[in-house]
Design a protein around this ligand. Sequence first.
Ligand SMILES: Cc1ncc(COP(=O)(O)O)c(C=O)c1O
Length: 440
Amino acid sequence: MEIGIAARLCLLRLRAPAEAPSPATILLSMTQPLTNPGSSEPYASGSLTLGARPLDAVPMLDLRRQYEQVRAEVLEAVERVCASQHYILGSEVEALERELADFCGTSDAVGCASGTDALWLALVAAGLQPGDQVLTTPFSFFASASAIVRAGARPVFADIDPHTFNLDPAQVESFLRGALRDKLRAVLPVHLYGQCADMNSLQRLADEFHLSVIEDAAQAIGARLGSEAPMAGSMGVSAAFSFYPTKNLSAYGDAGLVTTSDPEMAEHMRRLRNHGSPRRYVHEELGWNSRLDAMQAAILRVKLKYVDEWNDSRRAHAARYDLLFAETGLASAGGQPENAAPIQLPLTTAGVHHVFHQYVVRAYRRDELREFLSARKIGTQIYYPIPLHLQPCFVYLGYREGDFPEAERAANEVLALPIFPELTEDELRRVVKSIADFYC
Ligand SMILES: Cc1ncc(COP(=O)(O)O)c(C=O)c1O
């Protein structure tokens, strides 16, 4: 049976009253085991047979395919670092900092050990004092909030926009116009899944209430609000990037970086990442060891040349998913709870240059669908199954279930599908076909 007809038949069945969602699976790891380098290899290990038809696995992410493309250049860069015998900071890191500042359109960039540390550096350099508050989204990776605590401040949350999953300026505004804002010093929007938060509205509010805006751009290298708009990383006073191996620009280990156009702030962060030390064995304040390795910097410099091309491939795959899902009749666009379609596609705000770090749908019976896909060796992930205000370590903040209904609903419904640049048309089709099979 053709998918379209099957989909229409299963939509009738799907209009039955919704079952209570089963408890969200707690899965914080970013990657599936990396299996099957591509569908061009018939019967690769991990293949399975459905009826008479063999199907290969579709990994959530397969970094080996990217490595094949850049192998020679990466090995040359590694050899260059080994030949120099200079492993920490130094000329490779300085070159990467210049190149990334240029890429993002800022005057400065400061390399560090991880995206988590980049957030910490940006927050401390913004001058937070103990007891200050920083407003962020409850629907992000843990570090968006934990870095605020590590910087000596207290995270406070506002709910997300159900269409973009990003911090909702209307919710931020109602917080700001409420009674509890006198200790608020900064707003930390996250450009989740590779789509910029509504920075224009957030900046207007920040200006009115004299707040610093610090971007969590960990998932958003190369993203912007429009084709001529400033890049992610250049819109706040500073911005944190992660180069964790699953990111659109990724290192071969942990690495991170802060961008800023405030040279004094950049100098402060350079000291902070090196134990608060302006000169050897002189410590003006407490910093940390968060220096970036020359090896990671050299590898990132190779990959930075390809990041626009890779982002374009991700955007093309997202458009292809949208089209294939539309053909099944199983999907509607974006975040409408009342909509009967079992799959709601990610919504890109008009004109926004989304870089699809993740392609995330909302799915009816999400956890069952995930199990079904897993049985077919199709990788998926849940980013993120527990909103930050409900994390056990943040009980002391005093939030309760029901405080941020959109973040909580998203945590129960979202499912990230494979979207890395080297994904093939065949694999994309297999993902969509398998989802259609589940609902029919
Ligand atoms: C939104 C967000 N913020 C911060 C981080 C922290 O980055 P890292 O893992 O490099 O410390 C991540 C990484 O997953 C992230 O996705």
